[in-house]
Design a protein around this ligand. Structure first.
Ligand code: UDX
Length: 427
């Protein structure tokens, strides 16, 4: 099949490289010329496990290429829209990139035959029907369901594991405008070994939001239980393990800590909350999910303040990215923690294996070390903010270079057999 992918963020590029490796001919379209050049040189513009290798392989086999304009797509069976949908300050979605992509696709369709538009960008229920289809029809002068097909095909990729999630998804959701569109997309996915659920467009759009909101709720729930555990001297991880043995609950996404971050959960929950308010049925659960999560990061600072006077002290921060195995600091809990520490005049010595450069753009004047040891050296206290595997190797010997003795982890990663004196935010 011939596939065009409009928007080369991690969702677009990982889907593109995935489809190319399955033998399809893929063109990545992105308005950022610099990104296009990088992709064509085999350099992914973002870090994603295995992507560099897959991109090189598919470029070598001439199965993928990138271009700054739609005119490079000679013919396409599918046009995937994978552009970003950032948040507006009021929590609603900014559909500017989706609108631009719909206009570009409309122009492309003026002179091309039937193809199926597949919306992978995360958009609220009704967006494909009320915004994307009318735009494409207006500009192309063609009719959805007759001259072109439309599907909603939400993705559930985790950053860092996007390729694993592409090749081995838990499920594939296909929202279809009409049977022909859905049949074509189902055929594209026919080699995937997982349940495939077909719905109408707006149901598929909501499945994405409801899934992310539910996962975010699980995290805020276990964080609240964790805060209770902390006061009672109970390890929340034991509680979570006990709960997770009930198959109705399941053990995943019950890791308490400093809260969720990243580009999806906060944005998606806010957008769904905004939608519920628009519909006059304000979601109290979603409000609580966000409220718990906004307070969770700075609880680690409160805990630290119970143990020492932090004014003007040197604090070592290990880990800056919103989770391990990524350089992404968007909505990272570390940002709120750093701001709080700076308010108290703390000197911050931090280390992250990948995210330092991105954090430097937000906080240029922190001391960025090139190893955990460098950050720990002479620090009065240490906070662990990301569960990078390498922190699991830290031992009492490493922490002995600190001036103070307080070590608090915000993600459960230290090894009790190697480090004798530390505690967790909820354990
Ligand atoms: C998420 C969804 O998992 C994915 O399906 C969707 O497509 C995009 O958003 P991602 O943001 O990459 O993926 O990361 P994820 O692994 O889900 O973690 C999100 C945040 O929650 C991280 O900050 C992580 O540390 C935190 N988290 C996750 C917890 O605090 N506890 C958990 O048990 C799980």
């Amino acid at each position: 099949m011939k596939i065009a992918v409009v928007g080369s963020g991690y969702v677009g590029l990982c889907s593109a490289a995935g489809f190319a490796s399955l033998g399809h001919d893929v063109v990545c379209v992105d308005m950022d010329k610099d990104k296009v050049d990088k992709i064509n040189r085999g350099e992914p513009p973002m870090y994603e496990e295995g992507l560099s290798e897959l991109l090189s392989e598919t470029l070598k086999n001439k199965k993928i290429c990138a271009s700054a304009g739609m005119e490079s797509i000679k013919s396409a069976d599918f046009i995937f829209i994978t552009v970003g949908t950032p948040s507006k300050p009021d929590g609603n979605l900014d559909l500017g990139y989706v609108q631009k992509a719909s206009e570009d696709v409309g122009n492309f369709l003026k002179i091309r035959g039937y193809c199926t538009i597949v919306v992978k960008s995360t958009v609220l229920p009704g967006t494909a029907e009320n915004s994307i289809i009318p735009t494409v029809e207006r500009i192309s002068g063609k009719k959805a369901g007759k001259d072109f097909g439309v599907c909603s095909n939400p993705e559930f990729f985790r950053e860092g594991k996007a390729l694993e999630d592409f090749f081995k998804p838990d499920r594939i959701i296909i929202g279809q405008y009409d049977d022909k569109s859905g049949d074509m997309l189902a055929k594209l996915y026919s080699s995937f070994q997982c349940p495939l659920k077909r719905t109408d467009l707006k149901t598929a759009e909501l499945i994405k939001y409801a899934s992310n909101a539910f996962l975010a709720m699980k995290i805020s729930f276990i964080n609240e239980i964790g805060n209770i555990c902390k006061n009672l001297g109970i390890d929340v991880y034991e509680v979570a393990e006990g709960m997770g043995l009930d198959r109705r609950i399941g053990g995943r996404f019950l890791q308490a800590g400093i809260g969720f971050g990243g580009s999806c959960f906060g944005k998606d929950v806010s957008a769904l909350l905004h939608k519920s308010q628009e519909l006059n049925s304000r979601s109290q659960i979603l409000e609580a999910v966000l409220s718990v999560n906004s307070k969770q990061p700075t609880r680690i600072v409160l805990l630290l303040k119970e143990k020492m006077d932090i004014r003007n002290k040197a604090i070592a921060l290990l880990g800056l990215s919103f989770k391990e195995d990524t350089d992404d600091v968007r909505d990272a809990p570390s940002i709120a923690i750093i701001s709080e520490l700076l308010k108290h005049g703390c000197t911050i010595n931090c280390y992250d294996p990948r995210a330092a450069e991105n954090m430097r753009k937000i906080f240029p004047s922190l001391n960025y070390g090139s190893s955990a040891l460098e950050a720990l050296n002479s620090a009065d206290a240490c906070l662990i903010l990301t569960g990078w595997k390498e922190f699991n190797n830290l031992s009492d010997k490493d922490f002995s270079v600190m001036k103070g003795k307080v070590i608090i982890e915000g993600r459960k990663i230290l090894d009790r057999n190697k480090v004798s004196n530390y505690e967790g935010i909820c354990w």
